[in-house]
Design a protein around this ligand. Structure first.
Ligand SMILES: *[C@@H]1O[C@H](CO)[C@@H](O)[C@H](O)[C@H]1NC(C)=O
Ligand SMILES: *[C@@H]1O[C@H](CO)[C@@H](O)[C@H](O)[C@H]1NC(C)=O
Length: 427
């Protein structure tokens, strides 16, 4: 048997598996197959609990919901913004106690929430790209064991377009008391580092995290100092209250016009979810409320595609260099254990930096301004420029996934062509 370890990984050659042991292994396999055949053919009917042995850990009990009343049984309790929720932390805690199989790791469980409109995209390639963006998110979730909810209906008629995320996130919190964090991601954002994991331990004292530049928000009062296309929000009472305040600035609220004036005054920009969020950050910055909100500057919780896409080629090359010298990273493995290889790679990225100017894979690339669905891109870009960039980023991400299936896009601009990966690539 060849034992791999980080330090002395070598390509197993035919010499390490000498002929007698190959013969022996073949004979053993044949014996096992024969035994299994006779064993299973003698069993008439399998016992009822065939799956009880060797259950994965943690095993969620998906069929257990005890007949003890919880917030779900309270008729006054609701999923919509017009039904205020109080004491949510206690309610969530009680639910978890009643469903003990969800309790382990309930302090860092993540639900990704994303969505798009309910009608077909106006742009002829829109739905095609949305499917790719969604597939990309599903890939990340499968690799890291996260759940995902894709909403494509308007939950609150008075909260259309960019505001729709607020009622969606709120409903997701209530539907998922087992999740500690809800992670909103826009439809046009893609994971471009399938290995990177959010450092949740850093957010112990925070309930809301968004990517941006604090100086731009707090000093320059720029609505572009943050981006509301990707944010983390803890599933707790604070967050429900926060979503109420945020929604109060939106079109469903009787205060909408009043807030629109305030936002125009302070941020010199029309009212939208992002300007409103900027205002909430600014207004409560020094208060207890605001101290629970963090503008993340350390990595691309979302990054602007314009500054990212041209760096992907060089980043690919740097990662290939690393893999040429670190044999362990070339080792083929089951997709389920991919996180292990992310951990092994981390020390080799210590000089890569992060965010702008870095050669680390950007975590999330956001195609802000491209509007892939309705096609009404920002006049600064062309539709083709956007499509080319989206293809590049999505294929860059896809390569990290397809690798575990034995394939690679050699040309990032060509989504339809892949080639098989040779063994021990890229040695
Ligand atoms: C990629 O690397 C080359 C060679 O080091 C360098 O000249 C070029 O500017 C880099 N491109 C980008 C977009 O960083
Ligand atoms: C990569 O694919 C694009 C799109 O199909 C094509 O135009 C380009 O020539 C290809 N590049 C190479 C180096 O083959």
């Amino acid at each position: 048997m060849v034992v791999f370890s980080h330090a002395n990984w070598r390509k197993p050659t035919i010499r390490t598996l000498d002929r007698p042991s190959i013969f022996l292994a073949g004979a053993l396999t044949a014996l096992i197959i024969l035994w299994a055949f006779f064993f299973f053919s003698t069993i008439n009917s399998p016992p009822n609990n065939t799956c009880n042995c060797n259950q994965p850990d943690p095993a969620f009990n998906l069929q257990f919901d005890p007949p003890v009343s919880t917030f779900y049984d309270d008729p006054s309790f609701g999923y919509t913004l017009n039904k205020p929720i109080t004491n949510w932390d206690k309610k969530r805690e009680i639910w978890l106690t009643l469903h003990p199989s969800f309790k382990p790791r309930s302090r860092d469980r993540v639900l990704i929430v994303t969505g798009s409109r309910s009608t077909p995209c106006k742009s002829p390639t829109g739905d095609h790209f949305l499917l790719k963006f969604y597939r990309n998110k599903v890939d990340y979730c499968r690799i890291h064991g996260y759940d995902i909810f894709y909403n494509n209906v308007l939950l609150d008629r008075n909260m259309p377009s960019c505001w729709a995320k607020i009622p969606t996130v709120r409903a997701a919190m209530v539907a998922h008391p087992e999740a500690e964090w809800i992670w909103w991601l826009d439809e046009d954002a893609a994971f471009t580092d399938m290995e990177f994991k959010i450092p949740f331990e850093k957010y112990e004292g925070y309930n809301f995290v968004v990517h941006g530049w604090p100086k731009e928000v707090y000093e320059k009062k720029s609505w572009l100092g943050l981006n509301a296309g990707s944010f983390l929000i803890r599933n707790c009472q604070w967050s429900l209250d926060f979503l109420d305040s945020w929604a109060d600035m939106g079109p469903r609220s009787k205060n909408y016009d009043k807030w629109a004036d305030v936002l125009l005054n302070v941020f010199h920009h029309e009212s939208d979810d992002q300007t409103a969020l900027g205002y909430l950050l600014l207004k409560d910055h020094q208060k207890w409320y605001g101290k629970k909100m963090l503008i993340e500057t350390g990595y691309y919780l979302e990054g602007y595609w314009v500054v990212i896409v041209d760096t992907l080629k060089n980043i690919t090359e740097r990662y290939l260099e690393i893999e040429t010298s670190a044999g362990m990273l070339r080792r083929r493995h089951a997709e389920k254990v991919s996180e292990r290889y992310g951990v092994l790679r981390e020390p080799l990225l210590k000089d890569a930096g992060n965010e702008f100017g870095s050669w680390r894979r950007p975590f999330v690339t956001h195609f802000a301004g491209c509007q892939p669905c309705n096609g009404k891109h920002n006049p600064l870009f062309t539709a083709k420029g956007c499509r080319d960039a989206m293809n590049k980023a999505l294929n860059f991400a896809d390569n990290q996934v397809l690798r575990n299936y034995g394939f690679v896009h050699r040309n990032l601009s060509d989504p339809s062509v892949v080639s098989p990966l040779p063994f021990d690539y890229p040695a």
